[in-house]
Design a protein around this ligand. Sequence first.
Ligand SMILES: C[S@@+](CC[C@H](N)C(=O)[O-])C[C@H]1O[C@@H](n2cnc3c(N)ncnc32)[C@H](O)[C@@H]1O
Length: 233
Amino acid sequence: MQVKLTPRLEKIASLVKKDSKVADIGTDHGYIPLFLLQNNISSFAIASDVNKKPLESAENNIKIYGYNEKIQTRLGGGLTTLKAGEVDTIIIAGMGGLLIADILEASPEILNTAKTFILQPMQAQEELRKYVVQKGFSIKKDLLVKEDHRIYEVMVIEKGIQTVVDEIYYLIGFHIKDNPIPLVEEFIQRKLMTYDKIIQDVKGQKTESATEKYQMAVSRLSKLKEVLLWLKK
Ligand SMILES: C[S@@+](CC[C@H](N)C(=O)[O-])C[C@H]1O[C@@H](n2cnc3c(N)ncnc32)[C@H](O)[C@@H]1O
């Protein structure tokens, strides 16, 4: 029986290099480690979660698929369940960007010894990019994937210097052109709608915070329209 991943999880798994030793933090169902083992991408994986119930669900699936020997399960918060050097690739997916940044910040030893991190924040993607760049990481891949009606952002980071030619890349990702153009256009159009709504919401309000929001949204709208033109070139 083969594990069938959703498009979001499939994209994450596709970014794992062959023969990697992987930890999946916040594993829940454990499908990513299972898929990696079943497809001979990894020979060893750790499925870790801070909550008992999701970890039990992973343990159950691991048992059903018969991978008890090759996938270890760990109960605990963030990267605290790992020892330095145990894995080279760490996946943290399906959580908020600020929580992912907190998890990375809390375990400097693991942050500085694992080679590759595959991150898939559900919100605060911009803040997470700023955090990892400021921590001395380079964003090697920054991909979009659509599942149902939502567009998810998945990034691969490794130690290195990230050149930032424009702050807008923190918002749209550093490798936007590596994605299919129709998907990128939809992604940018959605952001345009968000900033358009902010402008409508604060229009006419005279407070300092409303003025700041208005100016930020106007400047972002103009930048994003520039990005759309640049994409079509
Ligand atoms: C929405 S699920 C995502 C599951 C899976 N990674 C995915 O992308 O489909 C979030 C999981 O992260 C776990 N989690 C939340 N905070 C965590 C933390 N600080 N450390 C480890 N796991 C955490 C939750 O218990 C839950 O199982």
